[in-house]
Design a protein around this ligand. Sequence first.
Ligand code: HEC
Ligand code: HEC
Ligand code: HEC
Ligand code: HEC
Length: 203
Amino acid sequence: MYHIFAKTAVFFILFTTLLFGEQNQRVIDELASSAPEIPLKNAMGEKAYNDAMNSNKYSYVGNSKCRLCHRNFFLGRKKDPHDHAMESLAISNNEKNSHCLMCHSTGHKMPSGFVDMEQTPRLSNVQCEGCHGPGNVHIQMAQDKVKNETKRFSGGGFLAGADNPQVLKKMCTSCHTKRWDKAYHDFQKAYDSYKKADPSTGH
Ligand code: HEC
Ligand code: HEC
Ligand code: HEC
Ligand code: HEC
């Protein structure tokens, strides 16, 4: 009887070291440094960001709202690791760590952004708005066009969208800092692949 217990215990210890014992050096280094700035603030610059936030115009709506008009993008993103970014935090038990959530969730530490799984589950992971910024103004514009039957809506209203591609580019490097830039080899190629609904090729 004792023998079986001992064997099970040894197996359990071996198993957990295999799973968790492999220390992730980047995670250790990240934890030892100070938490990063809000990615959108870093990308826009402090003044433009503060002006936008103080206007109280912008808020996060969650990606289910985007699904209505961008079904292919919504479905394509389900395969994108951005849409599973919080799973990577669970491996080291950091899924509630605010420091990590700055880059692994949507709008953390921003007004109307991700708080925690209990309060804001609809903003978990790096969603559409994690790259493009709050989506409420864009949706309002799209709906107004439909209502007024004016010519087709061509986009706009994002703090990091087609109106301001330089901010969108800086969004990438705000999260993909020197420590976290191994996801792609060729930045431009990776960036361009996100024009497609399914970005899983061409990194
Ligand atoms: C809010 C932070 C954030 C922003 C903004 C962001 N990323 Fe990421 N990105 C991540 C995280 C976190 C992961 C890793 C997800 C995981 O595996 O947990 C990732 C993963 C990736 C991957 C790997 C995908 C794969 O198929 O393996 C690529 C490529 C990538 N990002 C490119 C970009 C580009 C290009 C931009 C800008 C248009 C961008 N990212 C913007 C946080 C971000
Ligand atoms: C400054 C933004 C940023 C912060 C802060 C951050 N990450 Fe990430 N993380 C990324 C990006 C971007 C990737 C995609 C991988 C790459 O590009 O190298 C990633 C990938 C990962 C991965 C998968 C790749 C790997 O190395 O196994 C894990 C696990 C991870 N992060 C854990 C964490 C944990 C835990 C924390 C908090 C201690 C954290 N991250 C904080 C941006 C960040
Ligand atoms: C990793 C960052 C990232 C995420 C996440 C992301 N996008 Fe994008 N998106 C981009 C980039 C980069 C472009 C290309 C912008 C350009 O042309 O300069 C783009 C372009 C687009 C376009 C325009 C495509 C075209 O034909 O020009 C649409 C529509 C779009 N995204 C919708 C979405 C929706 C909806 C989601 C969520 C389901 C989403 N995006 C998630 C980075 C992202
Ligand atoms: C009521 C319909 C509607 C909804 C809801 C909607 N969009 Fe759009 N969006 C459009 C139309 C129409 C365009 C014009 C180009 C096209 O057809 O792809 C567009 C274009 C875009 C573009 C490219 C132009 C730009 O401004 O950068 C992005 C990115 C985008 N949408 C993201 C989103 C995201 C993210 C959401 C959810 C927060 C969303 N959209 C919700 C109708 C909508």
